[in-house]
Design a protein around this ligand. Sequence first.
Ligand code: SF4
Ligand code: SF4
Ligand code: SF4
Length: 275
Amino acid sequence: MKVGKKYLAPVLFLVIFESIAVTLWLTKNNLFYLVNFSYIGISISLGLFLFIRKNEHARRITQLLVGLYMLVYLGLICGENMQIEGFWYYLFTGVFEAATIHYAVAKIFGPLIFGRGWCGYACWTAMVLDFLPFKTPQKPRKKIGWIRYITFAVSLIFVAALFLAKVGNIERIMFWAFIIGNAVYYGVGIVLAFLFQDNRAFCKYICPITVFLKPMSYFSLLRIKCNTDKCVSCGKCKKVCPMEVDVTDNSRKRKNGTECILCMECVKNCPKNAL
Ligand code: SF4
Ligand code: SF4
Ligand code: SF4
């Protein structure tokens, strides 16, 4: 394979994120967007580059670079609520800033291109959960995914209630909601991981953001596909998949297809290079 083609993906991602960075910088006249999206683009491209170089920590490096930046810098230092409550808050105030842009890019329209790449390479909740010992599920999947709709509704009702009750200083409340919300996510995520022996149990059953992510990623341009001529049906890909995706089925309706986080574990472990 030619060097240029080999490194096409990191270059492409860098170009996409730089385009977003420059467009937002110029249209919003705010240098923050240039720095922010450039940093994220570089982090993702670095991860892809390292993956091509067969570095086994490639995905985790990107996940830590982006996740820590969002949690510590944007969330704790800059005081932006980047969780779903922050998205509702900015949406209600009619401001197309911070969390609304973040959601539009990473979680609503972005998944049409890169599916649930956010979940594999950037989410600060999963960044911690991925350190736990159950990298692949040890127990059968539970049929409790409906909980995500409850947490989604609760987040919306919580912010709507603040506006309807005309509570003062909502911005401050949003900051504390971010801290408390994250603490709750980590707590519940860790307990569920040990209970279900599955690091990604929180993602599968509780996370409200999947209400956006799942339907959008159904149409994702970027998908892991199986070369059925090479595949020998050994089942290794399904064994290593943290999200229990039937990646040997190329249809969009494949089992747990909207759960794929593009972690590449199946690709790395396929003995026939069929993925
Ligand atoms: S499902 Fe939710 S918690 Fe899990 S990685 Fe995606 S956004 Fe993060
Ligand atoms: S690991 Fe590769 S060869 Fe085995 S079932 Fe999956 S795609 Fe087919
Ligand atoms: S192992 Fe493969 S199918 Fe499973 S989530 Fe990762 S990339 Fe997707």
